[in-house]
Design a protein around this ligand. Structure first.
Ligand SMILES: [Zn+2]
Length: 266
């Protein structure tokens, strides 16, 4: 019989505070927190994201470690998660830490600068500060005759789920241009942008690596082209605001669709 792994995990809430918990399923637990179903504390501070996790063989040792982690000063918790260090004899199982300097390849160290309220990573050889930022993504809520264009994902993560056409921006590409390009690549359709819906943070897990995405959504209308799902999309679908699909990719897309519905109804 496969032994259950227990995790002590550390979340960062939207107000910057940290939350500690115990679970056997990290992905599911983070999702529950982000749906407001896991704790009253995190429900009012969404979205949360996983910054660290440590694996234990049984529930009792995980709970003891949780109590110890909870008592540590916030900066020490931050340092442990950023460095990916073991805790209480348990290995780090959280998002892959950044370990090496992208400029010179030497190991990164965690440093606390005087007056700073959070640690940063600094190269142990060349001294370069390693800044970590969200990756920008763009998407379009494009409509035709009152129906919204969605794409069914051909690839992981969330293969087979419905998504808003869009994707990662290229370096140096303006978000408006990138949005038009992504819609054309995935759907074959030409759209005209009519406005901005908003900005949404989410996490993106790919081959064990976790990144944060900054998702920019535009409003648009289809003005031409021919329907042809391609690239990340396996099918296209048209949905009225009251009949949106249930299987939605990515946590933030649900929120985007609710905001879109409110916008067009208001
Ligand atoms: Zn370096």
């Amino acid at each position: 019989m496969k032994q259950t792994q227990w995790y002590v995990y550390l979340l960062r809430c939207s107000d910057g505070s940290l939350y500690t918990g115990v679970t056997t399923d990290l992905e599911r637990r983070v999702r529950e927190h982000n749906r407001g179903r896991a704790s009253r504390y995190t429900a009012g501070r969404r979205p949360v994201r996983l910054v660290g996790a440590w694996g234990f063989a049984d529930r009792a040792s995980a709970q003891r470690a949780e109590a110890r982690l909870r008592r540590l000063p916030r900066l020490e918790k931050e340092r442990l998660a950023m460095a990916g260090d073991p805790f209480d004899g348990a290995p780090f199982c959280g998002p892959l830490p950044h370990r090496f300097c992208p400029r010179c390849g030497a190991p990164l160290e965690v440093a606390l600068r005087p007056g700073a309220d959070h640690p940063v990573q600094v190269c142990s050889a060349c001294g370069r500060t390693h800044y970590r930022n969200a990756k920008p993504c763009v998407g379009v809520l494009a409509t035709q005759h009152g129906r919204l264009l969605l794409v069914r994902r051909a690839i992981e993560p969330f293969r087979g789920y419905w998504d808003i056409p869009g994707g990662f921006l290229e370096e140096g590409e303006h978000p408006e241009r990138g949005a038009l390009r992504e819609v054309r690549e995935e759907t074959g359709l030409k759209v005209r942008l009519t406005g901005l819906l908003g900005f949404y943070l989410d996490r993106y897990v790919y081959q064990g690596e976790q990144g944060i995405t900054l998702n920019i959504y535009f409003l648009g209308e289809v003005v031409g082209g021919e329907e042809r799902p391609a690239d990340d999309a396996v099918a296209l679908g048209w949905f009225t605001p009251d009949r949106l699909p249930r299987r939605i990719a990515f946590d933030h897309v649900r929120e985007v669709l609710e905001d879109w519905r409110r916008r067009i109804e208001g």
